[in-house]
Design a protein around this ligand. Structure first.
Ligand code: AKG
Ligand code: FE2
Length: 296
């Protein structure tokens, strides 16, 4: 077990040990708390709301029952029948997370206590526009393009390089389901040059040599696992190689705006196109065209 992995923690022990946790975080760029989230009622509510979303979608659009399945298995079923439907759920957890229960986790007092322990009481806490991601990794090679090469999160998000990623396991662990490969202590390299790979994903340029001196650690997430890492820590996806199991994770990012690089571009965030809904097309019967839409 690595010195930055803290097993058997709950919110109370997390708060009681913020000093040593912050020390480990600063030294390694990462801290991990297996199962901690199972002690957070808002996290548990989020899981159960996601489960209900899956059940409802599977019943409504596919006329199948999925109530008795574990949440990862619900995704496996959905992805095998109609993969595009998954976007309805990931859309609710991504850019930004729209679910009340998980925003209570995102802005919980113990999360803020950690951020201020790392950045100091005067930190100007913010959250980048594309900072929330609900990631689905179902089985099947067609999903492998969603796996990320060795990267730093900052390049994807901007707003401030003083930035922290929080990573939450949502589905149950199975051998081969994949996870995260991290390069311990690599945050000390600062913002690294990068290029875009064949999938358009940012990749640390010449990472084989850049990261050669850093120890690699692979972590597979289980339901309730909580990880925190520096946005500049290099990490990559470990693909799901199972044929029947899925991996689901929720990610949040936070910035400290009190940073000269962030000031240099006025704290702007990266924005990615998302599909939206328009009142006029969804409710044509309730929209009375005004003068500006009347054609001559
Ligand atoms: O969970 C993964 O496979 C990697 C996700 C990740 O690093 C990211 O979204 O920035
Ligand atoms: Fe990442």
């Amino acid at each position: 077990m690595r010195p930055y992995v803290f097993p058997d923690y709950d919110i109370e022990t997390f708060l009681a040990n913020l000093g040593p946790i912050t020390e480990a975080y600063n030294a390694f760029g990462v801290v991990i708390f297996p199962g901690l989230m199972n002690s957070d009622a808002n996290y548990r509510r989020y899981i159960s709301e996601l489960e209900n979303l899956f059940d409802d979608l599977i019943a409504r659009k596919l006329d199948r029952r999925a109530q008795d399945l574990e949440i990862g298995e619900k995704l496996t079923l959905l992805a095998s029948l109609q993969p595009m439907l998954g976007k309805i759920i990931t859309g609710l957890g991504t850019q930004h997370n729209k679910v009340f229960s998980f925003n209570k986790v995102k802005y919980a007092d113990y999360i803020e206590a950690f951020l201020r322990s790392v950045w100091g009481e005067d930190a100007f806490l913010a959250t980048p526009q594309a900072g929330d991601t609900l990631h689905f990794f179902p089985p099947g090679e067609s999903f492998h393009r969603y796996n990320l090469p060795p990267h730093q999160d900052y390049q994807y998000l901007m707003q401030s390089p003083r930035q922290i990623t929080m990573y939450f396991g949502i589905s149950k662990y199975h051998d081969g389901v994949g996870g995260l490969r991290i390069w311990e202590k690599s945050h000390e390299l600062g913002i690294l040059p990068c290029h875009k790979n064949e999938n358009g994903s940012f990749e640390v340029h010449e990472w084989e040599s850049k990261l050669a001196g850093y120890e690699v650690y692979d972590y597979s997430w289980n339901k309730g696992d909580f990880g925190i890492f520096d946005s500049l820590l290099s990490h990559s996806s470990i693909p799901n190689t199972t044929r029947t199991h899925s991996r689901i994770v929720q990610i949040f990012r936070y910035s400290d705006l009190n940073d000269d690089v962030a000031r240099s571009y006025d704290f702007g965030s990266t924005a990615y196109p998302r599909s939206g809904r328009d009142f006029v097309s969804e409710h044509p019967d309730l929209f009375v065209p005004g003068r500006e839409t009347v054609s001559g």
